[in-house]
Design a protein around this ligand. Structure first.
Ligand code: FES
Ligand SMILES: [Fe+2]
Length: 336
């Protein structure tokens, strides 16, 4: 039915910004599975397969009840675990059939709703989430890209396209020689950029202050982050969490966290939002072109060089469900 590696159904993916879930159920798609999210009136967050077991009406068109959801077609009621608890019109002394809606595990963390499709509420969310201190989030945004999840992740972590796609925004001026060190383990990898000359580009000017380090971090299955540390102790983390809806559409959840610096959310939003939106639109446009062209050339393989630092790991992980076996550490010189 699906082409995703089975192990991805046992991983946590964000599916919705929590503030988008009000009194109505919301339909989302994760790994080609249709899911309905709801918050029962008793406050409990739940996620179920978006199909009524009676005549397959979408439960997302139904209504949230005290303890779960009611189907829009004949009103069958299910609790937050998907158990059938009432059939309108059925005399009270008649037993209910043993049917239920498939349950999906749901957790709320720092403004995002995370799902695990196999229904087991166990295992940890991506480790990078633990780095952020309470209340350090300044920004949260949700969009979607027309792109395969591997191409989407690669795009965010690839510095080599920035001169072409975002001229003047991320980096500007002459390319500078520098070193990128790639280190991986079984849960992800990081790329440490060294010998960076002082930054050019708008982002640097916004956060004007000498940088101590810059690194890109990836936590399986789909969480990517660029972290900037400043000499004055400030830390800025821009994270993108990627969730495949289908082969061609990927949900993108963007957050920005600031530590140890005075930077109120409204100000960050006002300064950073136009910049991020512009960068997003430029990337989304190129990814949509790439995705459309890959449909014209199905099965074509891309040629890679040492500059394509993150692609092998991400591609292997998404294909096999596991980190590449050998511990990888390599260093490349690049002109950035
Ligand atoms: S289709 Fe859901 S109650 Fe009939
Ligand atoms: Fe980009």
């Amino acid at each position: 039915m699906t082409t995703w590696h089975a192990s991805h159904y046992a991983r946590w993916f964000p599916a919705l910004c929590a503030d988008r879930l009000g009194h109505k159920p919301v339909a989302v798609t994760v790994l080609d599975r249709a899911v309905v999210l709801g918050r029962a009136r008793d406050g409990r967050l739940f996620a179920l397969e978006d199909r009524c077991p009676h005549r397959h009406a979408p439960l997302s068109a139904g209504t949230v009840t005290e303890s779960g959801i009611a189907c829009p077609y004949h009103g069958w009621r299910f609790d937050a675990d998907g158990r059938l608890c009432e059939i309108p019109g059925m005399p009270g002394d008649c037993p209910l059939p043993q049917v239920r809606v498939r349950n999906i595990a749901a957790r709320e963390h720092d403004g995002l709703i995370w799902l695990r499709l196999d229904g087991r509420d166990e295992g940890a969310l991506p480790r990078m989430l633990n780095e952020n201190s309470e209340g350090s989030r300044r920004f949260l945004w949700q969009t979607q890209w027309q792109a395969h999840v591997v191409d989407a992740i690669e795009n965010f972590l690839d510095p080599m396209h920035t001169h072409w796609i975002h001229p003047g925004l991320v980096r500007s001026g002459e390319r500078q020689p520098m070193t990128a060190r790639f280190e991986s383990d079984d849960a992800g990898f990081r790329v440490i950029y060294r010998d960076q000359p002082q930054q050019s580009g708008l982002l640097y000017r916004l956060f004007e202050s000498p940088r101590e380090s810059e690194q890109a971090i990836f936590d399986a299955p789909g969480s990517a982050q660029i972290e900037y540390r400043y000499v004055n102790g400030g830390i800025v983390r821009i994270s993108l969490h990627f969730t495949p809806q289908t082969r061609d559409i990927t949900s993108v959840f963007a957050t920005l966290h600031v530590e140890n610096r005075w930077a109120p959310a409204w100000l960050v939003r006002r300064l950073v939002w136009p910049f991020l939106k512009r960068v997003n639109d430029q990337d989304a446009r190129m990814l949509a072109m790439q995705s459309a062209n890959m449909r014209r050339f199905p099965g074509a393989r891309g040629a890679s060089t040492q500059l394509d630092l993150v692609r092998p790991w991400v591609e292997a992980f998404w294909q096999t469900g596991e980190a590449p076996a050998e511990e990888q550490a390599r260093e490349v010189r690049i002109l950035l």
